[in-house]
Design a binder for this molecule. Structure first.
Ligand SMILES: Cc1ncc(COP(=O)(O)O)c(C=O)c1O
Ligand SMILES: Nc1c(O)cccc1C(=O)C[C@H](N)C(=O)O
Length: 414
């Protein structure tokens, strides 16, 4: 009979994406299951950054904006991300944080449908989206109605022509549930509303089809599955059909039609360039550019399939533990096609359990209420890593390691 370990090794041996792992610098003796929060370091980033610092900045000084094409970088790199979003060129700009891009996108969507007063917003949205949606509503005199994806159709039927925009997270940051982007987008459009998708937990893990699905606006971050590095700039996708009328709230000089004309009044640039705001952290932006090289030639459908298989394997390995541990539950959808690239478990002592796992080199995170998140980037996570994580969890729970005093200490970032 094949053991779990032999099975994991067979699956790794058959994995077509396995060689991509060599493109990452992963610390020894660590199983990194938090790439859905901060992606791992890509090999070429340190040298590329050193070149940007010493040659571009150090030698070229201000000339680098022209000679090294720093000025064009937000849209050039936006086009690279566009390929991962299923977006043709000229529709994605890189910059700011997801929080800021979300504020931009939701405000612009509401302005494109002025006269309508209601935003339908994901009941399970990441907190920043909820906080910012409330602020947009205060600024524009709108109302927010929070709904789950399951209740969206009913809400749209009830409020139809009042709805200016709907906004959802493509993958739920807590449960890892993947929503049906084309179906929800189509439902919004059937009532004349626009959609703003937050694709933070999907981009780079799930093949997206923003153009084909008629998505209006999407925002996301680049430090998770895109491995751009801590605080790497976010992105905004705005479909070309909206560009002419797109009225973004942050009208900074980089988005001006003639930035160096230094004129008095704001005149928006053509196309997606109007979504630029101000000077970006170029080091972070160019580190992201280097990190994106790992996606060249990678088929995101294959990445998604591997993520789903990894999830099924993880749940299969967990089956015995789940049977014998009534307080441990599975929160993520069981059906692989309904998951992003993570599996979330519930446990009443989630924080000390995760602290004990981290002490064993298995890094995931926790989210309230009592959720243990295990996320994987299929470019570098192996089946044997997930088996190792399950074995560590089995040991932690059977030995009661999570009850040790050193694992009771609350951590600021969890
Ligand atoms: C779904 C989602 N949206 C938005 C954010 C916030 O992004 P930022 O802090 O980069 O603005 C995060 C993660 O922090 C997230 O997971
Ligand atoms: N953005 C983060 C940060 O600034 C510090 C620590 C973690 C994060 C995260 O990305 C959290 C993540 N968005 C989540 O899904 O919970």
């Amino acid at each position: 009979m094949t053991t779990r370990r032999e099975h994991a090794e067979q699956l790794d041996a058959a994995d077509q994406l396995a060689p991509l792992r060599e493109q990452f610098q992963l610390p020894p003796n660590v199983v990194y299951l938090d790439g859905n929060s901060l992606g791992a370091l890509v090999n070429q980033v340190p040298d590329r950054l050193a070149d940007v610092v010493t040659r571009q900045w150090g030698d070229h000084l201000i000339r680098a904006w022209n000679e090294d094409a720093w000025w064009q970088a937000p849209i050039r790199i936006g086009d690279r991300i566009g390929k991962l979003l299923g977006a043709g060129p000229g529709q994605v700009v890189v910059g700011e944080s997801t929080s800021i891009q979300f504020f931009q996108a939701l405000t612009a969507a509401a302005r494109l449908r002025s006269g309508r007063r209601l935003v339908l917003s994901d009941l399970n949205h990441f907190p920043t989206n909820r906080y910012l949606a409330a602020s947009v509503a205060r600024l524009l005199g709108l109302e927010i109605l929070e709904v789950s994806a399951d209740d969206l159709q009913a809400a749209l039927r009830e409020h139809g022509s009042d709805v200016c925009a709907i906004s959802f997270g493509a993958v739920d940051f807590r449960t890892g549930a993947l929503l049906d982007i084309p179906q929800i987008t189509e439902a919004a459009h059937s009532q004349g509303a626009l959609v703003v998708w937050d694709v933070c937990h999907a981009v780079g893990a799930v093949p997206l089809e923003c153009d084909a699905d008629q998505v209006d606006l999407a925002v996301g971050c680049t430090y998770k599955y895109l491995n751009g590095g801590p605080g790497s700039p976010a992105f905004l996708y705005a479909a070309a059909r909206h560009h002419a009328a797109l009225d973004l709230p942050l009208t900074g000089w980089h988005g001006h039609a003639d930035p160096f004309g230094m004129t008095h009044a704001f005149e928006p640039a053509e196309g997606i360039a109007k979504a630029r705001v101000g000077t970006l952290p170029m080091l972070s932006l160019l580190a992201l550019d280097a990190a994106l090289d790992v996606f060249d030639g990678v088929d995101l459908t294959a990445v998604q399939t591997k993520s789903q298989d990894l999830g099924d394997f993880f749940l299969e390995c967990l089956a015995d533990l789940l049977n014998t541990t009534p307080e441990l539950g599975v929160v993520s959808p069981r059906r692989a096609t309904r998951r992003g690239s993570q599996v979330t478990l519930s446990h009443p002592e989630a924080s000390p359990v995760m602290a004990a796992l981290i002490a064993r080199g298995v890094i995931g995170d926790v989210r309230p209420p009592g959720l243990l998140r295990f996320g994987w980037n299929s470019l570098y996570i192996r089946y044997q890593d997930l088996l190792h994580a399950v074995e560590a969890l089995e040991t932690v729970l059977s030995e009661g390691e999570h009850r040790r005093p050193e694992h009771q200490v609350p951590r600021l970032v969890t």
